[in-house]
Ligand binder design. Structure first.
Ligand SMILES: NC(=O)C1=CN([C@@H]2O[C@H](COP(=O)(O)OP(=O)(O)OC[C@H]3O[C@@H](n4cnc5c(N)ncnc54)[C@H](OP(=O)(O)O)[C@@H]3O)[C@@H](O)[C@H]2O)C=CC1
Ligand SMILES: Cc1cn([C@H]2C[C@H](O)[C@@H](COP(=O)(O)OP(=O)(O)O[C@H]3O[C@@H](C)C(=O)[C@@H](O)[C@H]3O)O2)c(=O)[nH]c1=O
Ligand SMILES: [Mg+2]
Length: 294
């Protein structure tokens, strides 16, 4: 089975390359050969790579910056994502497209299910929702996999930011009134592989549609920072006290949902995989980062 993934250095791409070893072949396509902002590059690049399944993992992920360049965010996350799904459809192959909890406005009291209506509060969230719609319209043979709060040893993410800040400061302030599900990119890679395996076994009737998949359990950004730094301290790495603050005390360009917890039961029922508790996956990533960086 040959998976062709968009993006070369993304957190999910790199985690999938690691986890797929011996289970599936992974080819990563990125700029300049495949540039989501240049739709004419997409179909030829994908055709050359001869996918059995396309994994659409590349995206414009700078949430605050997107507020200042909405055209670029939409070009990449909506038009580009739609073109990837369309190219897959032309090749007669399914697409697994990554999306986000930020499609929700965060006003719900409980975790969001796939039935809940999206209502994004940010340009990034709106561009990703438009991408979901473009993917679904272009290729009926799809899974749109919404995940959340992704961290990993790779690229840029909140956990790495907290560890880096703790190296130079002993006091951090982090919002405690936005709740979600921290998700290790390696667990998302396992979810993608669970889809691939289920599709292989049930090629004639593939489960399709929108699914939620994120780390099990829930916390706030403050809770995530505190646990990451507690693990770091215990392993001899940097530590800082984390003060719990409100969203109003930490102004950002983009509005973020107060609650974006995802109900992942449909994914587990159809693909047989549930992510580990977020603390368990976080501990492994923090320890790996400390071993690599110091
Ligand atoms: N990060 C998060 O917290 C969350 C992410 N998601 C979604 O999951 C998916 C994967 O996210 P993640 O792995 O964190 O992403 P990253 O931010 O780590 O990486 C983004 C990837 O997209 C690629 N990319 C960006 N612009 C273009 C372009 N114009 N043409 C081609 N490739 C491009 C980058 O390429 P290059 O390698 O060349 O830089 C990189 O590989 C995305 O769809 C994202 O929206 C969902 C929820 C949370
Ligand atoms: C760095 C920092 C952030 N914060 C707050 C700001 C914000 O509300 C929250 C998270 O900040 P970040 O900007 O790191 O995270 P953010 O870019 O919002 O992360 C999002 O990325 C996109 C791609 C997604 O799809 C989402 O699921 C989510 O993971 O923490 C603090 O309170 N203190 C701090 O020192
Ligand atoms: Mg950010």
């Amino acid at each position: 089975m040959r998976l062709v993934v968009t993006g070369r250095e993304g957190q999910v791409v790199r985690s999938l390359m690691e986890r797929a070893k011996g289970r599936a072949e992974v080819v990563a396509l990125g700029r300049p050969a495949l540039d989501l902002a240049r739709p004419e590059t997409i179909a030829p690049a994908l055709a050359d790579a001869r996918p059995d399944i396309v994994v659409s993992a590349a995206a414009y992920t700078a949430v605050d910056q997107a507020e200042d360049e909405p055209e670029r965010a939409f070009a990449v996350n909506a038009t580009g994502a739609g073109a990837v799904a369309e190219a897959a459809a032309r090749l007669g192959v399914p697409v697994i497209h990554l999306s986000t909890d930020y499609v929700f406005d965060g006003t719900k009291e409980h975790p969001y299910s796939e039935e809940d209506a999206p209502a994004p509060r940010s340009v990034y969230g709106a561009s990703k929702l438009a991408g979901e719609e473009a993917v679904a319209a272009a290729n009926p043979d799809h899974v749109i996999l919404r995940t959340a709060w992704v961290y990993s040893p790779f690229g840029k993410n909140f956990v790495k930011t907290m560890l880096a800040l703790a190296q130079t400061r002993d006091h951090l302030r982090v919002v405690d009134d936005q709740h979600g599900n921290p998700s290790a990119a390696h667990d998302i890679a396992e979810a993608v592989l669970a889809i691939v395996e289920t599709w292989r076994r049930r090629a004639e009737r593939r489960p399709r549609g929108v699914y939620h998949f994120a780390g099990s359990g829930e916390t706030s950004w403050c809770g995530l920072a505190r646990h990451a730094l507690a693990v770091s301290r215990a392993a001899g790495g940097p530590h800082a006290e984390v003060e719990a603050i409100t969203t109003a005390e930490y102004p950002t360009r983009a509005a973020r949902p107060r609650n974006s917890r995802l109900d992942c039961r449909r994914f587990r029922a159809d693909f047989g995989y549930l992510a580990p508790e977020w603390q368990t996956s976080l501990e492994a990533v923090v320890k790996r980062l400390l071993a690599e960086v110091v």
